[in-house]
Design a protein around this ligand. Structure first.
Ligand code: FES
Length: 104
């Protein structure tokens, strides 16, 4: 990987005290893992990374996901939104691998 290459997309799910009320974030993360596993299979390295945060400073909009490198914030996330978020991240990853600029 060159230093100028766009970083691999990361989907960061908050599992802080507001986002995880009634284990909502735990359940979303489990679903997120299933979605990504289904989409990428055994592909290594994985085209997108999943991470957990303790708080993403958008507690009033819980549960929250932030996607990097764009920094796009998704508020009051549902399972349906997760599918769209994963698809967008996969598209960004494909564009990255093809050397395309995904900033448009
Ligand atoms: S607890 Fe999730 S954004 Fe703060």
């Amino acid at each position: 990987m060159s230093d100028t290459q766009t970083p691999r997309p990361r989907i960061v799910l908050c599992r802080g005290q507001y986002c995880n009320i009634s284990r909502r974030a735990d359940l979303l993360y489990e679903y997120l893992q299933v979605l990504v596993d289904d989409a990428v299979g055994d592909q290594r390295p994985r085209p997108i990374k999943l991470e957990i945060a303790n708080c993403l400073d958008h507690c009033g909009a819980a549960p929250v996901v932030v996607v990097y490198p764009s920094g796009e914030v998704f508020a009051e996330v549902t399972e349906d939104q997760l599918e769209a978020i994963v698809n967008r991240a996969l598209n960004a990853s494909s564009a990255r691998q093809n050397g395309e600029d995904d900033s448009a």
